[in-house]
Write a protein that binds this ligand. Sequence first.
Ligand code: GAR
Length: 210
Amino acid sequence: SSRIVVLISGSGSNLQAIIDASNQDDYQGKVVGVLSNKADAYGLTRAQNAGIDTVTLSHKDFDSREQYDLALIEKIDAFKPDVIVLAGFMRILTAEFVQHFQGKLLNIHPSLLPKYQGLNTHQRALDAGDKEHGVSVHFVTEELDGGPVILQAKVPVFDGDSSDDLAERVHEQEHRIYPLVVKWFCDKRLTMASANIAGKQVEQAILDGN
Ligand code: GAR
């Protein structure tokens, strides 16, 4: 069974969805650790309720992003993870961090990437008058929210929707697709292929059949 480590900053509803899914018989993965950069993240309580080890590592205790990420790498490595799942972990990662976990670092982003990288995705979709919005699960590369997409889910945008309405609709889809992608990874069906083509790094997510 694969060892899953989840990184959070907040509510952890995606963490909960992955814990719940991993409790099913045919799930070849187990959440062995949860790390947060915020001591008051509700996701820590969810993890503790499920008997999962937790670590809080506050970025405020470090002088630089580089130093924080190095400490975070150590804490994560201590769990000997097969896959690292970013679930609402609201930190920009250094190149060193991303390279260290190359090919086994997953993120969920609340937009139909490549649209709306960064923050406030629901409001930006509303402001643009989009008729559909959604969520993407992707491999993490050095390019912020730019790694290869593995799976997306779309939701409709209705007249009069608020940003909260959209966020709620997107969350429902997140809780459906993130546990599924993590399952694929644990089943060793999912890999990230990397190639240097004419001096440019190109990455692609690959899902095996069967
Ligand atoms: C999710 O909507 C996730 O897509 C988003 O944070 C939320 C976390 O919710 N992630 C990002 O915005 C990453 N930049 P949760 O704590 O309830 O899982």
